[in-house]
Each structure stands twice: as C-alpha cells, then as structure tokens.
Design a protein around this ligand. Structure first.
Ligand SMILES: Nc1ncnc2c1ncn2[C@@H]1O[C@H](COP(=O)(O)OP(=O)(O)OP(=O)(O)O)[C@@H](O)[C@H]1O
Ligand SMILES: [Mg+2]
Length: 343
C-alpha cells in the first residue's frame, strides 16, 4: 500500500503526546516521595489524576505461552510494544482491575512496575493468526484491554541465581502483603530481571476481597502468609519497609490509583450504583490494611518441598551407556565420545 492510502488505525486515533508526569519519573525513583528531576516534589505538585494512556493495537505479534491467561505481545500506535492482557480471557475483568490498582500503587510506592496502558483492540488485527485459541481470545476481546510495557531482553527471576538485599526484599514482601498477592511464590515468581534490576509484573491475583464485597472488610483484616514468597529466603526487612511505605498509602493516593481503572471494567458491579462507588470500595480495605499488615505477616518454612538446587539434567547422573557389541564400530565410537565428554 503506497503513501496516501487509507490511514491505519494508528493515524486515525493517535493520542496527543503524553506530558512527562511524576508518574513517568516514578519508574526511576527509589521512593515516590523523593525530589523529582523536573517539576518538583510529589507533595508540591501532586500526582496526575489520570495516568493510564490509551493506545490502539496495530499488530498482534505473538502469544506468551508462559502466562495462564494467554497474554500476547502487541504493537500499538504509539510505536510501543506491550504485553496485552485480554478482557476476553477466562480470568475476567477483575483481574485487569487488580493489575491497574496494584500495579499503579506499587509504582507510586517506588517499586519498579512496567508502565501500564489501556489498549483498544479491533479483533480484525488477529484475522491472520493461525492459532485458534488466540483467534477466539482476540474475537472475545474487542474494545479496551490492558497493556504493560514489554521489557525486551528481560528474564524471569531465579532466587538461586540472583541476590536481593533485605531492604528491597522487605519492600516487595510488605507490598505483596498489603495487596494480598498470592502469586509471587517460588513456584511462580512474577518478577523479571531487566538491566540488572527487579521488576514486578502480574498483579491479577490480588485483593481477594473484591470477589466478595460484603465480606471485604473481614477478608482484608486477615494475615498474610509469606512463607512461600520467592523473596522469603532473602531475610526481608519488613519492619523497615512498613515504616517507610505505610505512611505513603493515603486515602488520596488510593483514590488516584482507583481513578485509573476505566469505567467499563467497573460498571454493573452487583451491589453498586456507579463505577465511582466501586472505586471507593477499593480504597477502604487497602487503607486499613496498610496500617497494620506488617504485624500479621508470617515467614515460616515453605509449605512444600523447594525445587532442587539445579535442574535435573545438571545434577542427575546419566545412566551408564550400554557396552557396544564387539565389532560394532559406530557404537564403540559413540561410547568413546561419551566417555571423553564425561571426563
Ligand atoms: N512486561 C513484560 N515484559 C517482558 N515479558 C513479560 C512482561 N510481562 C509478562 N511477561 C512474560 O509473560 C509471562 C506471562 O505474564 P503474566 O505472568 O503477567 O501472565 P499471566 O497470564 O497472568 O500468568 P500466570 O497467571 O500464569 O502467572 C511472564 O512470566 C513473562 O515471561
Ligand atoms: Mg504470571
């Protein structure tokens, strides 16, 4: 298609450039309360009310098979590449609400969380996708979806290969206790290492109380068992993390992160009159929990056997090779090669 042909979706709906906000700089700050490099401190200028940029998907690149919800990599009209979580996935829209509230809260507390956006999807971009499962997912996800900035070259955190300091481990364990994250265990760390730093992903399995609002307060008062947390072996300094982070979790901050959730994912929630009423319901349990959760974090021995120290193919002894029959030259040569390699 030459120049002057029908403009792509990107050209039709490209959003205005996003001004550099404190939300943007928070990626690089160890703590949200520190001085920002341009405009001033968070206290002086406040956080922007609306952080999530909306982009339009222009190409479905490939599915990420590691994820249970079958997230995919997409390109968008801002020329960004995103990990897309689909509204049509079986986990439901509450998973996406949790991703936004907890992801944005984490970033404002100074933790590294890749930038989140909402992505408008026209399922037509998946027409050439050969995988039927992906086709179905795209068809079921027309409209708004969630995107997380793709971290190219990142790899999954391995507690045996990477050292984490007690202070950083403490901040992450405290944060996971606050949001009741059940999905940062050694089985499924949901941490990426990128440019030598830890990045937090996947906050869909948090805030269990939003699945049963009438019991939310009682549920949010429950303790947090961090025994299986992937950072439990690093001596997390939870007291220091609580002293540093709990005062930052204010009603204003929580109201702001709840404001980032699009109306369409809150509308029609049983028992609520409006999307804003649902947003308000997210504030109270987190606010109450922030004050005292550090007193209710358990760090015992892990509840199940840990994985072996190294993969089996490294540690297990190979079975002895069968002795070649006399006169079988190829088998004898292969056996010799094996003996040399094993020396
Ligand atoms: N921002 C990112 N940059 C690079 N890779 C990512 C990013 N987010 C996710 N991934 C990769 O995709 C995988 C799946 O992502 P994620 O854990 O968010 O999906 P999920 O469907 O919620 O997974 P599950 O519930 O099975 O843990 C991750 O384990 C990671 O390998
Ligand atoms: Mg995951």
């Amino acid at each position: 298609m030459g120049e002057g042909a029908r403009p792509c979706a990107a050209a039709r709906t490209r959003p205005a450039p996003v001004p550099l906000t404190p939300g943007y700089y928070a990626h690089f700050l160890p703590l949200a309360s520190e001085t920002l490099s341009v405009e001033g401190t968070v206290e002086e200028i406040g956080w922007p009310g609306k952080v999530l940029e909306e982009v339009v998907a222009t190409r479905y690149v490939t599915p990420l098979r590691e994820g249970g919800s079958l997230p995919g990599i997409v390109e968008a009209d801002d020329l960004g590449t995103y990990v897309m979580k689909f509204t049509g996935a079986g986990q439901g829209r509450k998973t996406l609400v949790a991703e936004i509230i907890c992801g944005e809260l984490g970033r404002r507390l100074g933790l590294r969380v890749p930038e989140l956006v909402t992505i408008e999807l026209d399922p037509v971009i998946g027409l050439a996708e050969p995988d039927q499962e992906v086709q179905e997912l795209l068809k079921a996800s027309g409209g708004l979806n969630l995107g997380m900035d793709y971290l190219p070259g990142s790899f999954g955190f391995d507690p045996l290969a990477y050292e984490v300091g007690a202070a950083e481990a403490g901040r992450i364990v405290w944060f996971d206790a606050l949001i009741n994250n059940v999905d940062r265990s050694w089985r499924n760390p949901n941490l990426l290492v990128w440019h030598g730093d830890l990045w937090l992903i996947d906050h869909g399995a948090t805030m269990i109380w939003h699945h049963n609002w009438p019991g939310a307060q009682a549920s949010a008062a429950k303790p947090y068992n961090a025994s299986d947390h992937v950072l439990a072996p690093f001596g997390p300094d939870i007291a220091a993390a609580a002293a540093e982070l709990a005062p930052l979790v204010t009603e204003e901050l929580l109201t702001e992160v709840a404001a980032d959730v699009p109306d369409v994912w809150l509308a029609g929630e049983p028992g609520f009159e409006s999307a804003d009423e649902v947003r308000r319901a997210y504030v109270a349990p987190l606010l109450a929990r922030a004050a005292t959760i550090h007193e209710r974090i358990t760090l015992d021995a892990p509840t199940a056997t840990r994985p072996s120290q190294a993969p089996g193919w490294l540690t297990e002894r190979l079975p002895p090779r069968p002795k070649p029959a006399a006169g079988d030259d190829r088998a004898e040569a292969a056996a010799r090669t094996g003996e040399e390699a094993g020396r």
